[in-house]
Design a protein around this ligand. Structure first.
Ligand SMILES: *[C@@H]1O[C@H](CO)[C@@H](O)[C@H](O)[C@H]1NC(C)=O
Ligand SMILES: *[C@@H]1O[C@H](CO)[C@@H](O)[C@H](O)[C@H]1NC(C)=O
Ligand SMILES: *[C@@H]1O[C@H](CO)[C@@H](O)[C@H](O)[C@H]1NC(C)=O
Ligand SMILES: *[C@@H]1O[C@H](CO)[C@@H](O)[C@H](O)[C@H]1NC(C)=O
Length: 438
């Protein structure tokens, strides 16, 4: 598949299953119970049908006009309507999946459930996000020409009100009009965060639980790509909700008695050869104290009580560290706290995506310290003019195992003159925060 292509067009090549889920529990709202959840696990197992049955599904779909999106009015696809068809339902996807030759019709549906339909494209698929269309590019001769189905990926297939709040998708065996920009080699699951989400119950019942059970029932033994339609900013707010939940659980009652008259900074430290260590830590700490901070070095431990860590971080006025998983402790900080991220070479995208953006959502004062080439240990190893340092994305060039160079083998030695300018700014903000919030 061509890499250049129409912008915004993504190709998703799926190894063996491409799932479109219209998924629900078979009980209705008030009847959902533990035992019903369990039985829905059984019900949600994908059904692989024989060739003969697959052809029947496709043909009858066309004949019945269900492809025009009226499927819920005409439940012809339930197995009982195909009494003559040979149906080999496999209950376990761990059984070998059928070879390409066996899967003649790549677009199939398990439409036998009352509340959801499960559409699959069994093969490489191209997604055009502009038109919300999935092209089955592995379609074979025996697929009826231009087989097309439209539906709403939400587990309430007869609920018109819910469906009006869900983007309509198209699956087709027609040839795509565009080429791809991005490729993946994993199966994907497509679902919508529209519908009744926003309501706590529906969020769990219609989306999170349904997704959890579905992914597990497929026994794919590999990661899946989640393709979300109707994605909304609203889901972002769950991060804020989670932040609030932590504060309710671990937060102090009745505010803070400042532990010191100086703002406190927590330096999150990486060590023991994990990569991205601060090589001149001692010097850096002296500098931090010099500008007026009370510095605490924090090295996360697996068995540390969460409450203890929470108390330390929730009371501080700044947290600083080199880009790494431990910065996730930003969830423990109060809104307004300074989060200082030291960004090594090759980590810009990660830093922005994993910490800078969430920090914005949580109302933290995010302050980046992007290192210069001469502050990276890679400069000594490769030479400052090497592609590794000059152009990390060119060096990685889509092969992410090469990113290990940056993540595992790079350490930083901060330029103290430069760091001093930075930490002074951090101090000014932290001091202001302490004056206002304690
Ligand atoms: C499960 O759902 C069915 C309806 O589908 C209902 O008749 C039954 O009472 C439910 N079971 C429990 C334990 O609530
Ligand atoms: C989802 O998509 C539908 C149809 O495009 C739209 O009417 C609805 O407002 C969307 N809902 C959300 C939550 O984005
Ligand atoms: C590192 O490089 C920057 C500019 O790229 C320069 O300003 C700084 O003086 C250098 N530091 C050292 C220690 O060589
Ligand atoms: C990706 O990079 C790794 C490590 O440099 C290398 O072993 C592997 O062959 C590369 N893969 C491809 C597809 O180029």
């Amino acid at each position: 598949m061509s890499k250049k292509g129409i912008p915004h067009t993504a190709t998703v090549s799926f190894v063996f299953v491409f799932m479109m889920f219209l998924f629900s529990f078979q009980s209705n709202l008030s009847l959902l119970s533990r035992s019903n959840v369990t039985s829905s696990i059984t019900k949600s197992k994908p059904v692989i049908v024989s060739e003969e049955r697959e052809e029947q599904v496709a043909r009858s779909s066309i004949q019945s006009g269900i492809v025009r999106g009226k499927r819920e009015e005409k439940p012809e696809l339930s197995p009982s309507h195909h009494s003559g068809a040979v149906t080999k339902a496999r209950e376990d996807m761990r059984a070998p999946s059928p070879s390409r030759a066996e899967v003649r019709n790549v677009i199939t549906c398990d439409c036998s459930h009352d509340y959801y339909d499960m559409w699959s494209i069994n093969g490489p698929t191209l997604l055009d996000p502009i038109t919300s269309t999935f092209f089955a590019i592995g379609a074979t001769d025996s697929t009826p020409p231009d087989f097309t189905v439209k539906f709403h990926p939400y587990p309430r297939k007869t609920d018109e009100n819910a469906k009006s709040k869900v983007n309509e998708l198209t699956l087709t065996s027609a040839p795509p009009k565009s080429s791809c920009g991005v490729t993946h080699s994993s199966p994907a699951i497509v679902f919508s965060t529209g519908g009744y989400t926003g309501n706590f119950y529906h969020q769990f019942n219609d989306v999170l639980l349904a997704l959890y059970i579905t992914v597990n029932s497929l026994s794919l033994n590999q990661d899946v790509i989640l393709v979300v339609t109707n994605w909304s900013e609203w889901w972002h707010e769950t991060l804020l909700d989670f932040h609030a939940l932590l504060e309710n659980t671990y937060g102090p009652r009745g505010g803070y008695a400042p532990a010191s008259d100086r703002p406190q900074i927590v330096l999150v430290n990486r060590r023991n050869g994990v990569g991205r260590e601060i090589l001149n830590l001692k010097e850096v700490l002296e500098e931090i104290e010099e500008v007026g901070f009370k510095a605490i070095v924090f090295e996360p431990k697996r068995d540390a009580p969460v409450r203890e860590t929470y108390t330390l971080l929730h009371g501080c006025h700044a947290m600083v560290g080199v880009h790494g998983a431990a910065l996730t402790h930003l969830l423990f900080l109060r809104a307004g706290t300074v989060l200082g991220e030291i960004v090594p070479i090759g980590a810009d995208w990660l830093a922005k995506t994993y910490f800078e953006r969430p920090a914005g959502v949580l109302g933290l004062e995010y302050m980046k310290y992007k290192i210069e080439i001469n502050e990276s240990s890679l400069a000594e190893r490769y030479g400052a003019d090497d592609l590794v340092l000059k152009n990390p994305s060119g060096f990685v060039n889509g092969n992410y195992s090469k990113a290990k160079v940056y993540m595992k083998t790079q350490n930083v030695k901060l330029d103290i003159v430069r760091f001093r300018v930075y930490i002074k700014e951090v101090f000014v903000k932290a001091q202001r925060f302490m004056d206002n919030e304690g």
